[in-house]
Design a protein around this ligand. Structure first.
Ligand code: M6R
Length: 364
């Protein structure tokens, strides 16, 4: 039942505030993260190894910023299909964490099996609690997103981030990087996110109007810094997967090291620039795009648009978010999904969607 939506993907995008709120309440019903601490000893962990495929891998890349910045925990993120064949050294004091919506992705399962007699503990973050990956883990944490029918991961990505944010806060507490007051503050920031995602989703009509032009593009670039960098990768993946438009995501600072050669007035460049410590840096990369006649689509808040909106092609103003690690990435995750979905409604090129594709059935 698509509940009045044209595709399951659309339905699932709009479920995000609800399922995220449920997930956050489950893992932190009060002032403290309520995860099984005996099974999650981040104080004794020398390294966190996060392994996954596709969108789940991008959730890991976002979480890397949180584990490093909140908890000072050295963190590696690997693509499962690389990790499993590379035979990387895994320290006995490492925690290995596998993220998978289905819990059945073959490469992720093989990577888990490789690490299982090496790392101190194997944790998984899954949507299907009975899955192989969950069963073979020391601890499986469900993301509680409900069934995700759409092939393109949307609400599962959001809730993977929700669980990972709670894990990062727990790691920060166990490693003595935050006190009780800061934990309460971080959880309050997180709890505000479903409401902010709702506000972002209310921009639907506006996004649909703006993406009309995007649907004509042959190629699109997404740029972001910090935790916005993996979201740039995720935005590009979604646009390719759903709209058959070529897209690439880059760390903003990498633009000048080659990809800027692609920029001209036919290539929309979507710049994700929250008003955080990296804002000025991202805007300076955006200026490089403008200097090449690039068509910039700036995603920021009202203050960011006021400061940097001159000369850009389009601006999408999303709710102001407290410059806290978790909230930024989560709220923008919702916006990026929405943005990738809209051109698919108009794009007329490429093969016709098959059953089980384009957010219309099948499991990823
Ligand atoms: O079920 P998994 O999370 O292990 O699937 C991994 C990827 O295939 C998946 O995240 C894929 O990239 C997304 N469905 C793309 O939207």
């Amino acid at each position: 039942d698509k509940a009045g939506h044209k595709h399951f993907m659309s339905k699932e995008i709009f479920e995000q505030p609800t399922v995220l709120a449920e997930c956050l309440t489950h893992y932190a019903p009060g002032d403290r993260v309520a995860l099984p601490e005996d099974a999650l000893d981040f104080a004794q962990t020398d390294r966190l190894i996060l392994v996954a495929c596709g969108t789940a891998n991008y959730a890991c890349l976002v979480a890397k910023y949180w584990f490093e910045q909140l908890a000072g925990l050295p963190c590696e993120v690997d693509i499962a299909s690389e990790f499993r064949y590379r035979a990387p050294p895994v320290s006995e004091a490492a925690t290995a964490l596998f993220v998978s919506q289905s819990g059945e992705t073959a490469d992720t399962l093989a990577a888990l099996r490789y690490a299982s007699d090496k790392a101190a503990r194997i944790i998984s973050v899954v949507n299907v609690p009975q899955s192989s990956i969950a069963r073979e883990s020391d601890l499986a944490l469900p993301i509680l997103a409900g069934v995700e029918v759409g092939v393109a991961s949307t609400k599962a990505f959001m809730n993977q981030l929700g669980v990972l944010a709670n894990l990062a806060i727990l790691a920060a507490r166990q490693r003595g990087h935050i006190d009780a007051a800061r934990e309460t503050e971080l959880l309050a920031t997180l709890r505000a996110v479903p409401g902010l995602v709702n506000q972002a989703l209310a921009l639907e009509e506006r996004i649909q109007k703006q993406t009309g032009k995007l649907a004509e593009a042959r190629s699109v670039l997404f740029l972001g810094r910090g935790a916005m960098f993996p979201l740039a990768l995720e935005g590009a993946l979604k646009l390719k997967e759903i709209s058959y438009i070529h897209a690439e995501g880059y760390a903003s600072g990498e633009l000048k090291h080659g990809p800027i050669a692609l920029v001209d007035k036919t290539v929309p460049v979507i710049v994700m620039a929250p008003r955080d410590a990296l804002f000025d840096k991202t805007v300076s990369n955006m200026q490089e795009v403008l200097a090449r006649d690039g068509r910039v689509w700036l995603i920021t808040d009202a203050e960011g648009a006021e400061i940097a909106g001159d000369g850009v092609w389009q601006t999408l103003i999303i709710p102001r978010i407290e410059p806290d690690l978790c909230a930024h990435a989560l709220c923008r995750a919702g916006t990026v999904d929405r943005l990738s979905y809209s051109p698919a409604q108009r794009h007329r090129c490429g093969p016709a969607p098959q059953p089980g594709q384009v957010g219309d059935g099948g499991m990823s």
